[in-house]
Design a protein around this ligand. Structure first.
Ligand code: CDP
Length: 320
C-alpha cells in the first residue's frame, strides 16, 4: 500500500493524478462481451476493470425464494483475488455481501419486476482490477448489462462517488483519496436525479453534503452519457449486422434462384437453337451465290485466267 501523500491538491488546484476537483476518470464501456450471458458489459472506470453478466428472467432456484407477484433481482459482487495489491482471499466476505446488497437495492427499483412473476433476474459482477470506486463501476456495468439483456427498465442507473480531501470536495475519488481522504460518498442515481444509492464513510457538514450531491449529479450525468452511447453504438452495429444477414439470400431463395436460372438456361438454349437455325437458314439463302462462286472449277478457271493474264501483262509491259 502506498504512503499517505502530504498534499492531495496542488497550488494549481489539481489533484495527484492531474484531474480537476470536479473531473471524473475516463470511462470505457463495451456492451455484449459474453456469449453465454443474456446481457453483459465490460467497463473501465479509471484503472478499475469490471465485467457484468445478467441472466434472466429465468426460473428461481431455490424455489422458496420465488415471488408469485414479481421477479426477484439478485446481485453478486465479487473481487478477483488478483484485483487488489495484497491478494484478496477468494470467496464472499462481509464487504462483498454489503456491496451486493446495496447494489441490488440501487437497481431493483428501476426494473419492471412485476412483468415477470415467479422468475429471477441474476446479476453477477466480477472486479478484475480495483482502484477505488469498484461498487460504482460495478453498478454502471450492471445497469448496462441489464439493458443489454433486454430487461424492461425505467431507465439506466449511473453511479459516481464524491469525497473530501484537504478539506476540499472532489469528484470520483482515486485510490489514495479513498484510502486517506476525509470522506467517501458513493452515489447512484437515475437519469432524472432520483438517488438509488447513497453511502457515506467519513465526516461532512450538511452544506458539504449538499454541494457534493450536486457534484455527484453532474458526475452521474457524464457516466450516463457514456453508458447510453455505448448501448447505442452496440445496437447500431447489431442492426448493421442484421441488415447484412437480411441481404444474404436464404437457402430457399438460393434454391429458387438456381431453379429459375436452370429453366432460363433451357429457354435460352431453345432460343439460341432457333436463332442459329434462322441464321443458318438466312445465310444459306444469301450465301448460295457465294458458294457457287467458290465452286472449285470456277475458282480454278479464274485463277488460271489471272495466272494467264498476269504474264501477258508483264509480257506486254516488258515488250513496251
Ligand atoms: O471499491 P469501493 O470504493 O467501492 O469500495 P471500498 O470498500 O471503499 O474500497 C476502496 C478500495 O480499496 C477498493 O476499490 C480497492 O482498491 C481497495 N480494496 C483492497 O485493496 N482490498 C480489499 N479487500 C478491498 C478493497
Amino acid at each position: 500500500m502506498s504512503d499517505k501523500p502530504e498534499k492531495f491538491i496542488d497550488e494549481n488546484g489539481l489533484r495527484l493524478d492531474g484531474r480537476k476537483l470536479d473531473q471524473i476518470r475516463d470511462i470505457k464501456i463495451e456492451v455484449g462481451v459474453l456469449a453465454r450471458a443474456d446481457g453483459s458489459c465490460y467497463l473501465e472506470f479509471g484503472k478499475n476493470m469490471v465485467i457484468a453478466a445478467v441472466y434472466g428472467p429465468r426460473e428461481v432456484h431455490p424455489r422458496h425464494q420465488q415471488d408469485s407477484t414479481r421477479a426477484i433481482v439478485r446481485y453478486k459482487y465479487n473481487m478477483a483475488s488478483f484485483s487488489v495489491e495484497d491478494r484478496k482471499r477468494p470467496g464472499p466476505d462481509r464487504r462483498s455481501t454489503e456491496v451486493s446488497k446495496v447494489s441490488r437495492e440501487a437497481l431493483e427499483d428501476q426494473v419492471f419486476t412485476e412483468y415477470f412473476p415467479k422468475s429471477a433476474i441474476d446479476i453477477f459482477v466480477e472486479v478484475l482490477q480495483a482502484d477505488a470506486g469498484t461498487r460504482t463501476a460495478a453498478l454502471n456495468a450492471a445497469s448496462v448489462a441489464l439493458a443489454d439483456a433486454g430487461i424492461p427498465m425505467r431507465g439506466l442507473v449511473s453511479a459516481c462517488a464524491f469525497g473530501k480531501v484537504d478539506d476540499t470536495l472532489v469528484l470520483d475519488l482515486s485510490k489514495d483519496e479513498d484510502n486517506y481522504g476525509q470522506a467517501d460518498v458513493p452515489i447512484a442515481m437515475t437519469q432524472d436525479g432520483k438517488i438509488t444509492l447513497l453511502q457515506m464513510d467519513g465526516h461532512l457538514t450538511p452544506e458539504e453534503l449538499k454541494t457534493g450531491l450536486v457534484m455527484a449529479q453532474e458526475g452521474c450525468r457524464q457516466v450516463y452519457e457514456v453508458q447510453r452511447q455505448a448501448l447505442m453504438d452496440h445496437y447500431a452495429k447489431m442492426q448493421d449486422a442484421n441488415e447484412d444477414e437480411t441481404e444474404a439470400p436464404s437457402v430457399e431463395e438460393v434454391i429458387t434462384a438456381e431453379e429459375n436460372e436452370a429453366s432460363e438456361d433451357v429457354n435460352t438454349g431453345t432460343e439460341e437453337v432457333e436463332e442459329v437455325d434462322e441464321e443458318v437458314a438466312g445465310e444459306t439463302v444469301e450465301e448460295v451465290p457465294e458458294i457457287k462462286e467458290n465452286v472449285p472449277e470456277e475458282e480454278d478457271e479464274e485463277t488460271d485466267k489471272e495466272i494467264v493474264e498476269e504474264p501477258d501483262t508483264e509480257e506486254e509491259d516488258s515488250h513496251e
